[in-house]
Design a protein around this ligand. Structure first.
Ligand SMILES: CC(C)(COP(=O)(O)OP(=O)(O)OC[C@H]1O[C@@H](n2cnc3c(N)ncnc32)[C@H](O)[C@@H]1OP(=O)(O)O)[C@@H](O)C(=O)NCCC(=O)NCCS
Length: 172
């Protein structure tokens, strides 16, 4: 059964495998950590960084969860609770991904469903999902879960380059 959990040392090996799969397959729509950086000290070295993201010392405020199914590492879910310029015109309120070897089994849909519960716990009633116009799988899941297309704008980031991006609101 899929669960969203806080980052924790027990799943670091699984997280590294997930990152490695994303790099091996050149996944551009969501770039996880470079697996080469994930060594034995990586969790303790980065803990402070993630704490700062949650407390707003690094903006936008963001919360990072790992998706696991028993001992298996499945993917991740990120929530940004502020609608900053970067969120509105780039990264959106939600980031999520499923490891390549586990895609197409319903996990992506389930991560978002469970993630929306976390969104509500933060007192939010809507989220913005920004999706590359060519990412048809994510756009399909977003629309299936009630996403309403607001517009399409030009966007840029290092991984995706210049691209058209769909902006969807999901009202919860
Ligand atoms: C997007 C992502 C998280 C989806 O995860 P997943 O576990 O494969 O998703 P699911 O199995 O829950 O659902 C896939 C859906 O896409 C549909 N689908 C598959 N290929 C499709 C296509 N070419 N066009 C449209 N829909 C498609 C499937 O039929 C399924 O929908 P259904 O449940 O209504 O039948 C995963 O592909 C991923 O990690 N991609 C890379 C990172 C990414 O794009 N993150 C999102 C950034 S906005």
């Amino acid at each position: 059964m899929l669960e969203l959990i806080k980052r924790c040392p027990e799943y670091v090996c699984g997280y590294r495998e997930y990152c490695q799969e994303a790099f091996d397959h050149n996944i551009i729509y969501f770039r996880p950590t470079d697996p080469k950086l994930i060594d034995g000290e990586w969790f303790s070295r980065t803990k402070n960084l993630y704490d700062k993201k949650e407390t707003g010392q690094i903006r936008p405020i963001s919360f990072h969860f790992w998706a696991v199914d028993g001992e298996k590492f499945i993917g991740e879910f990120q929530l940004r609770t502020e609608l900053t310029q970067e969120v509105m015109n780039g990264i959106g309120s939600i980031g999520y991904a499923v490891r390549v070897s586990e895609q197409g089994k319903g996990y992506g849909t389930e991560i978002l469903k469970q993630g929306f519960r976390i969104v509500k716990e933060h007192g939010m009633d809507k989220v913005l999902m920004n999706i590359n116009d060519e990412n048809l799988v994510s756009a399909h899941i977003c629309e299936k879960l009630g996403g309403k297309l607001m517009d399409k704008i030009q966007s840029y980031n290092d991984a995706e380059g210049h691209h058209m991006m769909r902006r969807y609101w999901i009202y919860l």
